[in-house]
Design a protein around this ligand. Structure first.
Ligand SMILES: *Cc1c(COP(=O)(O)O)cnc(C)c1O
Length: 406
């Protein structure tokens, strides 16, 4: 397998980590073709994660928008509430096969940490999660959930105490104990072989869509729409269609509050420069001299300065079209989907929905669009309720604080 996607990707790590990455690449090459491994993984996806997830015909939205016939892939119905579990299960199972005793991971918003902790609990490996102190303080619900799954949480007090500091701490920790420890990366990024591995474990999303749509419509979709942070749900949805050149692939980045640096997380749409960060070469929101800049999005899962190397390459090749959705459009789409289809989108996934609401009316009624609902929105209640129902939510929180803290 090549280590690059065009000029993107690679394996930019210190010598000490090479052997661990080589071992992982060899293990992945072997087990991704191993019938027994694949059967065990498929069983976990079916009976633990709840796959295949449904492909819902969005009848009300289709009627209202009068454009393409629209389907929604309900990844939010997967166990733990999002697509992240597909990758977590695959990597934990692989780690076990190659003889690892424990799994470490870093998490920003906590979604990846929760999926990793759950997968480790299910498969019986020890789990340690690194989290910046600031992130841990503001994501207390996910810290609580990870602990319920038996994970040990390392609070990182270095640097700015956010995700990138947790990544550094996690890498440092891995360097010291890679012989018996697997580092589980949660998106389609990082040094080779992670982007390949994550794509492999996420592509059941696209494969199921192909099959489900064939059963319902006897044809391929015309347009696929997914939100894009690191790129795992989008590449998982798109990969099985890359060779079907007539299928339009649309990835939606976080437009945030505006186009100024610090206000968004639109790597491709803001024409971010090339860089090498966290072990791989891609486009990063950074200064000319390579300082990674802060980002913003209403959705924690898209609030990241980098993008998976394969997605950057497919953007450059114009195979994937990139769009943005602003925080405001995202909250509107979230409310629209809740009322129109009874679906509570995760704020990440609501980026795909927001773009879809603009695209679908411009398509013909003989066309088919699929939106990936990468996760469900229950987890976002502290953000959505504060934005959309500030007074009542504030009163509720005050009452809870009084009840708990007197
Ligand atoms: C983490 C997350 C994302 C963003 O990550 P990708 O790797 O780009 O998929 C999107 N949706 C949900 C629900 C997430 O939890």
């Amino acid at each position: 397998m090549p280590k690059y996607f065009g000029q993107y990707g690679g394996q930019y790590v210190g010598e000490v980590l090479r052997p661990a990455l080589d071992e992982l690449a060899a293990g992945f090459a072997k087990y991704s073709r191993d019938k027994k491994f694949l059967a065990e993984y498929a069983d976990l996806l079916t009976n633990y994660a709840g796959r295949p997830t449904p492909l819902l015909y969005a009848a009300n939205l289709t009627r209202e928008l009068q454009g393409a016939k629209t389907y929604i892939k309900l990844e939010g119905l997967a166990n733990t509430g999002a697509h992240k579990i597909n990758n977590a299960l695959g990597q934990v199972l692989l780690a076990k096969k190659i003889g690892k005793k424990q799994v470490i991971a870093e998490t920003g918003a906590g979604q990846h940490g929760v999926a990793t902790a759950a997968a480790c609990a299910r498969l019986g490996l020890r789990c340690e999660i690194f989290m910046g102190a600031i992130d841990a303080a503001r994501q207390q619900p996910n810290v609580f959930l990870m602990k319920q799954y038996g994970a040990k949480i390392h609070i990182v007090e270095d640097g700015t105490r956010i995700l990138k500091d947790a990544v550094n701490a996690c890498l440092k920790n891995w360097t010291a104990r890679a012989a018996d420890t697997h580092y589980l990366i949660g998106s389609a990024l990082g040094p080779y072989p992670y982007p390949d591995m994550v794509r492999f474990f996420q592509s059941s999303i696209g494969r199921e869509i192909k099959k489900q749509l064939w059963q319902k419509e006897k044809k391929l979709p015309d347009v696929l729409i997914a939100c894009c942070g690191g790129g795992s749900n989008s590449i998982g949805m798109f990969a099985p269609f890359l060779r079907n050149k007539k299928v339009r692939l649309i990835a939606v980045e976080a437009g945030g509050r505006g186009r100024k640096a610090g206000q968004h997380a639109a790597r491709i749409c803001s024409r971010s420069p090339l860089g090498i960060v966290e072990g791989y070469k891609s486009r990063f929101i950074q200064t000319d001299d390579g300082q990674v800049l802060p980002t913003h999005s209403v959705s924690a899962g898209l609030d990241y300065a980098g993008i998976g190397p394969e997605l950057a390459a497919l953007a450059e090749a114009r195979r994937i079209e990139f769009l943005t959705a602003s925080d405001k459009e995202v909250l509107q789409a979230y409310q629209y989907l809740a009322r129109t289809e009874g679906l509570l989108f995760a704020l990440e996934s609501a980026h795909a929905a927001a773009a879809a609401l603009k695209i679908i009316p411009r398509l013909g009624q003989d066309q088919i669009a699929v939106i990936n609902m990468s996760g469900r929105g229950d987890k976002d209640i502290f953000i959505t309720a504060a934005e959309l129902s500030k007074k009542e939510w504030g009163e509720f929180l005050k009452q809870e604080v009084e009840r708990l803290c007197g």
